[in-house]
Design a protein around this ligand. Structure first.
Ligand SMILES: CCCCCCCCCCCCCCCCCCCC(=O)SCCNC(=O)CCNC(=O)[C@H](O)C(C)(C)COP(=O)(O)OP(=O)(O)OC[C@H]1O[C@@H](n2cnc3c(N)ncnc32)[C@H](O)[C@@H]1OP(=O)(O)O
Ligand SMILES: NC(=O)C1=CN([C@@H]2O[C@H](COP(=O)(O)OP(=O)(O)OC[C@H]3O[C@@H](n4cnc5c(N)ncnc54)[C@H](OP(=O)(O)O)[C@@H]3O)[C@@H](O)[C@H]2O)C=CC1
Length: 515
């Protein structure tokens, strides 16, 4: 029997961000391995016209939770959705709900955040700093709380090459940042943002670092741990391989490449692609929750959940395997044949962006206009290129994260716990994982049926023929224009024609002689 699974039995667990990519997998794992847990409280806001109950119903009835229904048939009774909006200072939680949370919660997993790279600083601070501070205040009023697990990111200190399992101070105290957001107007905030984030690439990584400082400063007597995952990708093993439900990280770019929109990305092929499967992150998170509550370390421990130290992959290998998988399992209705490559400098990157991204989009929009349809490709391509420019920072660098605490934790687990809560990425086969990732993007993000593969391949063959015809026509037009303007070209052309004529005459003559 797993000690970790038994630990969560009978517990009341609060998860923020439970409707997110990681939060869903965390909930699923808890229900599947500890079906005798008492309750999981989740803070849920209304979104896209759905009530909190409708959102929870949709999650529990999704494919991700299929196995949970077998081991925990009464899962609906064990999940308690509480309306909350972390944009509000008191989370807009009702008094009754707050009273229940404060009096009953045993473990907190704080996953909620804004993960957008381009959020205005005010919004990122509200969600990634102020909300964390507010949750810590709530935690300090929970008499039964055994552990508070904060999910940060391995990139919170991406301005450093080597990152230890420590909290690095930011130049400006979080409290001063939080206070200034209350009276500065948006224009001033936008102006000072570059100075505040310094050599970090975006407001996301900066506010995650601030959030860690808040955890350190306002932890009081709380029993806290911080987990820093790197680039979280689709599931590796459980509940099944390849599950993913958002466009973040590599997922969106895999779609863009598979649909033929993305043809090049400025990346360093040998740079470490520090991906970490979401189920691996969740297994480590639950192990950390158990270890923090049972062993009560004297200080806040930080756990790096990364793969580069144990089983490194690189972007060249990932890109190669992604393209190889497209050959076997193409996406449907591709705009062009998938054929992407990494460029390693800005000039070639700008050239390919013009030739392979912007020009085809303009040509296609011209065709749409000619056929009386609304042009859309240029707008989509510009947004994709903006997304790519935001992600390029992470594919042109490598980092080293120390993993002493993660390795220590692994050594503390029994063999049964190492099996049930496996976060040992040394066992990960990257080629298999990446192939399953692409298949998962096709099945769970694009909702494409595997039965459509023959038609998708037929479509790609049509695109290939159109591509050849287009290139041939382009060559003939260019050659015709060249001949009209250049005597040299005409001489070459006549030489080729006369050579072909003589060869054919000789060939015909020799074949009649043989008869
Ligand atoms: C040579 C072979 C190539 C084959 C591909 C190989 C894969 C290479 C992978 C490289 C990926 C590297 C990823 C590194 C990320 C590390 C980050 C650190 C990890 C973390 O701690 S948190 C990670 C989570 N955060 C993110 O991933 C970023 C989240 N996204 C954003 O911040 C915003 O989307 C962004 C990037 C600022 C763009 O904002 P905006 O312009 O407003 O666009 P939208 O978000 O509204 O989306 C517009 C449009 O694009 C689609 N979309 C969204 N995200 C992506 C994406 N990552 N890739 C592609 N497309 C994306 C979205 O659906 C929208 O479409 P609509 O139709 O809805 O308009
Ligand atoms: N994805 C990755 O590659 C990595 C993620 N992380 C960290 O892991 C954690 C989870 O990330 P991930 O699951 O990918 O992120 P998602 O964007 O998928 O989920 C974010 C969660 O936060 C919730 N949330 C956001 N704003 C609010 C709000 N105003 N009120 C209530 N809830 C809100 C979202 O709720 P809603 O559904 O209502 O929007 C959602 O449940 C984050 O802390 C992130 O920094 C760390 C490293 C890598």
């Amino acid at each position: 029997m797993s000690m970790i699974a038994a630990f969560y039995g009978g517990k009341s667990i609060l998860i923020t961000g439970a409707t997110g990519f990681m939060g869903k997998v965390l909930m699923e794992k808890l229900f599947r391995t500890s079906p005798d847990l008492k309750v999981i409280y989740i803070l849920v806001r209304t979104k896209a016209g759905q009530t909190t109950q409708q959102r929870v119903f949709q999650i529990l009835n999704s494919k991700l939770f299929e196995k949970v229904k077998e081991v925990c048939p009464n899962v609906h009774e064990k999940i308690r959705a509480i309306y909350a909006d972390l944009n509000q200072n008191d989370f807009a939680i009702s008094k009754e709900d707050m009273q229940e949370l404060l009096s009953c919660t045993n473990i907190i997993f704080h996953c909620a955040a804004t993960v957008r790279f381009d959020d205005p600083l005010r919004h990122a601070v509200q969600l990634n700093v102020t909300a964390t501070q507010q949750l810590l205040l709530m935690a300090s009023q929970m008499p039964k709380l055994e552990a508070f697990i904060h999910i940060s990111t391995a990139f919170s200190n991406c301005n450093l090459k080597h990152i230890d399992e420590v909290i690095y101070p930011c130049p400006v105290e979080p409290k001063k940042i939080i206070d200034s957001m209350e009276w500065l107007d948006d224009a001033i905030i936008d102006e000072i943002t570059p100075k505040l984030i310094g050599d970090r690439p975006n407001t996301y990584t900066y506010t995650k670092a601030l959030g860690e400082m808040v955890v350190q400063q306002e932890s009081g007597n709380l029993n806290i741990a911080i987990i820093r995952p790197s680039i979280v990708g689709a599931t590796w093993q459980e509940p099944f391989p390849g599950w993913v439900d958002n466009l973040n990280g590599p997922s969106g770019l895999i779609i863009a490449a598979g649909k033929g929109f993305l043809r090049s990305i400025r990346a360093t092929p040998m740079a470490v692609a520090d991906l970490i499967p979401v189920d691996t992150v969740v297994n480590l998170t639950l192990a950390v929750g158990w270890y923090t509550a049972v062993h009560r370390p004297k200080s806040t421990l930080i756990y790096h959940c990364t793969s580069g130290n144990f089983n490194p992959c690189n972007w060249g290998k990932m890109g190669f395997q992604v393209l190889a998988t497209f050959e076997k399992v193409p996406f449907e209705r591709a705009f062009r044949r998938p054929n992407a490559d990494f460029t390693t400098n800005t000039i070639t990157s700008q050239y390919w962006n013009a030739v392979s991204h912007r020009a085809p989009a303009i040509i296609y929009d011209f065709y749409l206009r000619l056929t009386g349809r609304k042009p859309r490709m240029t707008k989509l391509m510009n947004r994709l290129l903006r997304t790519v420019s935001m992600l390029e920072y992470f594919v042109n660098r490598s980092w080293e994260w120390s993993t002493y605490n993660t390795e220590m934790l692994m050594s503390e687990l029994s063999p049964e716990d190492q099996r049930v809560f496996n976060f040992d990425v040394r066992q990960l086969n990257w080629l298999e994982y990446i192939e399953n990732y692409v298949l998962g993007v096709k099945k769970y993000l694009l909702k494409e049926d595997m039965a459509g593969i023959p038609e998708a391949k037929q479509h790609l063959r049509r695109l290939r023929n159109i591509h050849y015809l287009f290139n041939t026509a382009l060559f003939l037009i260019a050659w015709r224009l060249l001949i009209a303007r250049s005597q040299m070209a005409r001489n070459v052309w006549f030489f080729i024609v006369s050579f072909c004529y003589k060869f054919l005459s000789y060939f015909r003559a020799s074949s009649t002689l043989k008869v």
